[in-house]
Design a binder for this molecule. Sequence first.
Ligand code: GLN
Length: 485
Amino acid sequence: MEFSNYKAHELKDIIAKKEASVEEVTKAHLDKVENVDSKVDAFLYVAKEEALKDAKALDEKLSKGEELGILGGVPLGIKDNISVKNMQNTCASKILQGYISPYDATVSENVKSQGGVILGKLNMDEFAMGSSTENSAFKITRNPWDLDRVPGGSSGGSAAAVAAKEIPLALGTDTGGSVRQPASFCGIVGLKPTYGRVSRSGVVAYGSTLDQVGTLGRDVKDCALLTQAISGVDHRDFTTVDIEVPNYLDSLKEDIKGKKIAIPTEFFKDGLDENVKKAVYDALKVFEANGAQIKEVSLPLADYAISAYYLVACAEASSNLARFDGVRYGHRSANAEDATDLYYKSKNEGFGKEVKKRIMLGTYALSAGYYDAYYKKALKVRNLIKGEFDEIFKNFDAIISPTAPTLAYKIGEKTNNALEMYLGDIYTVPVNIAGIPAISLPCGIANGLPVGMQIMGNYFKEDTLFNLAYSYEKSTNWHEMHPNL
Ligand code: GLN
């Protein structure tokens, strides 16, 4: 059996039926990482010994007749800004090089207790700032569909490793699209849950009011399984909400009769690649054929979402990243003259260009003279955008759009044009601004590259997203197309 070809839910069944041990499945994926990752460069750390040890412990449990939980012995990878005890947590930054996490993030604890085997830590844009994974201080991850192209970002390592079948599942984080956009570029499924659905404890903060841990897999069921394993209230994160987590597997039904889907006119305007537009319009016909009702709506303030997002995200980042001062964690400058010089030099040597830029922008937006003009105004716009979504969800179950305006672009193509790179987040950031959930799933191939569509839902309606996504997936076969590596 070539285990890496199987989805997580299939591997879970194989293990439960004792057709293979957790150790065999783990080894097969570690071999795959060894064979493929030199091309893709998705991993920053391969946890070979730890994974084999965990796998043996799970096999032991099985031999005693114990159940392995929701993830049932399946391997997965974790973005390098989510703490896993005794593993590095660099956020792909030099400032955290050599830092070993002394504890598990709640989500890491969850995946372990639900029978997940962690194979390692995945590459990303430094501190999750970026859309292409080119901002990593350590290496550039490549898109498995075309190694000259970016995998998207900032969770590019997570998406590329799943698409390359190095692992069936991965965790990422999504502040403005960082799970959905790389899922779209790599032809896999990625979910950003509702703000407050999943704990952020132990996850390095970028924009605290926008960040959420998200899940990536090669089909909707896998994404639902991993979401099930990490969702729920956590006493270590007071922004998590105590609303019951439904059984997401129950929502994997083909029937979507009577579901109302809104299509925002503003999301299909200028700047949208024709191939992407066509693929999403074709997908809408599938939803209609499956019984959904589709209607155009307007989200006029969506045009301001990028500006509001980059102000809020940078402001929060400038505050969150103040803790990396060379004293408490990671890199400390070797040639500082006094305490102030130590802060200055450590930060200057440790942070990359994009991170420095955002700290400066954020500090500026929060400074006494400009707070009202920039930060406060961005918060007002944020409220208005949220209001527009609330209005739509009074009459609709979901909103559908492209995930990104373009296909995966060439490495280096946008590195000198920040604005163009930021505009790539146009359809994903409104979701974080409002705090609603959204899923990206494959809906076509154009020029040999995957196209992704985004389904957005009302607060805590992840189950509706899974239902719609599953129904579409059952009627198409885009999720069965994989890159040739
Ligand atoms: N591309 C966006 C940014 O650079 C979103 C990143 C993210 O979601 N972490 O901020």
